[in-house]
Design a protein around this ligand. Structure first.
Ligand SMILES: *[C@@H]1O[C@H](CO)[C@@H](O)[C@H](O)[C@H]1NC(C)=O
Ligand SMILES: *[C@@H]1O[C@H](CO)[C@@H](O)[C@H](O)[C@H]1NC(C)=O
Ligand SMILES: *[C@@H]1O[C@H](CO)[C@@H](O)[C@H](O)[C@H]1NC(C)=O
Length: 265
């Protein structure tokens, strides 16, 4: 482009210096024209050469710029790539931390829950071992008043029977729990009447009593401690029977009773 402008300028300058003198010969004129044309050609070639050189420089510059640009682009690409990788790593790290935190939290919660459950279980164990279950009973009103030797006294009116150990059908108490029990029998008789009673455990005597009063009705109580296993039985039995061996129950005044309780397990 620059070359072409230079050429136009040269041509116009040459034309501008055309001789206008009329007395010059034709030959002289042609010679001058030729000379000018040659000069113009030279000038043109020179301009062309320069133009080529400029084009080449521009081309080289362009190539260099392009290469620089490509290198720069490559560098930018690498940076971008690294940045993306870094971002991905950061995101995954944050996700991992989040997961770790929540899993740590779950572990802590579950561990404390386990600890709590174990503590509760241990506490319940201790409680079961130390607490005494509620077992007691109390009955009165013997089924028969005249007693025969070996007769089991069946107290028909049951006032309490926690743990269902006492039977008003057999008169016997069967231990629903293992432990130390306290039993009592309360005995009422008229005057001149005997009562020979004993508390027995599965037939073995635990305590014996006899009462007799010549002039008045009397009452007496006997108590005994005994260790029982589950299923062992205790009852009141007549040791010596006969026509003067009797029990009395007067609902208003005297209750002939049998009772017991688990006091320690
Ligand atoms: C996440 O937990 C795992 C396993 O305990 C551990 O190896 C990793 O380093 C933890 N990650 C972070 C970011 O704390
Ligand atoms: C803790 O244990 C109880 C009983 O097993 C269960 O019902 C509850 O869901 C547990 N709680 C947690 C947070 O695990
Ligand atoms: C109970 O005893 C009282 C006083 O001794 C007597 O008056 C009453 O008749 C007796 N009742 C029975 C049912 O034996």
């Amino acid at each position: 482009m620059t070359g072409l402008l230079q050429l136009l300028l040269l041509v116009s300058m040459t034309l501008a210096s055309e001789p206008s003198c009329p007395e010059c010969s034709k030959y002289d004129y042609e010679e001058k024209v030729l000379e000018r044309m040659i000069r113009m050609e030279f000038a043109f070639e020179k301009v062309l050469k320069e133009n080529k050189a400029v084009s080449k420089t521009v081309e080289q510059d362009l190539t260099r710029i392009k290469e620089d640009n490509e290198r720069l682009q490559a560098t930018v690409d690498v940076f971008q790539d690294q940045q993306e990788q870094a971002e991905r790593r950061l995101v995954s790290l944050m996700e991992e931390i989040e997961r770790n935190q929540s899993s740590t939290l779950e572990k802590i919660v579950s561990n404390s829950n386990t600890t709590l459950e174990q503590t509760i279980a241990a506490f319940n164990d201790i409680k079961d071992q130390t607490a005494t279950p509620l077992v007691y009973f109390n009955a009165h009103f013997p089924q028969t008043t005249s007693l025969s030797t070996g007769e089991v006294i069946v107290y028909k009116t049951v006032e309490s029977n926690q743990g269902s150990g006492y039977s008003a059908t057999t008169g016997k108490f069967t231990a629903p729990e293992r432990g130390l029990y306290l039993f009592f029998m309360h005995t009422c008789t008229y005057s001149t009447i005997y009562s020979y009673l004993q508390i027995v455990k599965d037939g073995s005597v635990l305590i014996k009593s006899v009462q007799y009063e010549k002039d008045a009705a009397t009452s007496s109580s006997s108590q005994v401690f005994v260790q029982l296993d589950v299923g062992e039985t205790v009852w009141v039995q007549c040791a010596t029977g006969g026509s003067t061996s009797q029990l009395d129950e007067n609902h208003s005044y005297r209750w002939t009773s049998f009772g017991g309780a688990l006091i320690h397990n």
